[in-house]
Ligand binder design. Structure first.
Ligand SMILES: Nc1ncnc2c1ncn2[C@@H]1O[C@H](COP(=O)(O)OP(=O)(O)OP(=O)(O)O)[C@@H](O)[C@H]1O
Length: 250
């Protein structure tokens, strides 16, 4: 296994009993994995198991290079400023009781700029909107040394433009910095846009994993969501689009 890889072998995870049949997949450096599946199926629980926060019920999770996570909601008990929150991501670089250096502060500024939120640096984290807080927590993940980044619904509170900012960043992190990324989403279009691979959680403990094009198909999405979906290839656009054919009665 190479530096920056995360490998899941015959994993059984959940709380009292396994949520899925034994699961295996391998996220290599530079790959982006999307995790799709209905509400309450086990996406967040999977991420908690991959970080080691939850112990596997069977099988194993192996990784080299550290795993960082951006949780869905973050509540901080103190009135930290945005730049302090992002600086916490540098903890691995700053020695105990030492002051953060110029390099650490520069990394924080760059991360905030990448997410177009440099103007919020001095604001109190808890006074921000849910979407702004989400961007700050992504900035914090950017400055960490972790080779694999897990993001739990990173776009859920974001407007359309900021969703694209975050998806572009995910793509840059994988392609330029060769980090491995695993993110959960409720939007299969996000998987089609950036994910090289997709893990699709299905009912009754089943799952599918593989290259996104092979996994995000009309048949598999029907199996996952019980909806009829159409995958549409738009001219001059590399990314296909997928949407439900669902008529609302009026
Ligand atoms: N602390 C806990 N103890 C016991 N069961 C839990 C706990 N947290 C979550 N669960 C259960 O585990 C299952 C998976 O929950 P999880 O939060 O992983 O789903 P999810 O796919 O991330 O959902 P969503 O899309 O709604 O965010 C659910 O049935 C949930 O009720």
């Amino acid at each position: 296994m190479k530096h920056g890889d995360l490998r899941v072998q015959q994993l059984l995870y959940g709380y009292d009993s396994p949520l899925f049949e034994a699961m295996s997949f391998h996220c290599q450096r530079g790959e982006i994995w999307a995790v799709l599946g209905r509400n309450g199926l086990g996406k967040s629980t999977l991420l908690d198991t991959l970080t080691g926060f939850l112990k596997p019920l069977g099988g194993k999770v192996e990784q080299q290079g550290g795993v960082g996570i951006v949780a869905q909601h973050s509540h901080l008990p103190f009135p930290y400023s945005v730049s302090d929150v992002v600086l916490m991501g540098r903890a691995q670089y700053v020695k105990l009781f030492a002051q953060p250096g110029r390099k650490d502060k520069q990394a924080v500024i760059e991360a905030l700029e990448q997410l177009n939120i440099a103007h919020l640096a001095a604001s109190t984290f808890s006074s921000l909107s849910g979407g702004q807080q989400q961007l700050v927590m992504i900035a914090r993940a950017l400055v960490t040394a972790s080779q694999t980044l897990l993001l739990d619904e990173p776009c859920s509170a974001l407007d359309l433009a900021n969703q694209q900012v975050v998806l572009q960043l995910i793509s840059d992190l994988a392609h330029r910095q060769q980090r491995g990324i695993i993110f959960t989403t409720h939007d299969p279009v996000h998987a089609l846009q950036v994910a090289t691979h997709t893990l699709l959680l299905l009912p009754a403990g089943k799952w599918l994993a593989g290259p996104t094009d092979a996994i995000v198909t009309e048949e598999n999405m029907h199996q996952a969501y019980g909806l009829v979906l159409r995958k549409i290839h738009i001219e001059n656009n590399a990314t296909p689009f997928i949407a439900p054919l669902f008529k609302i009665e009026k």
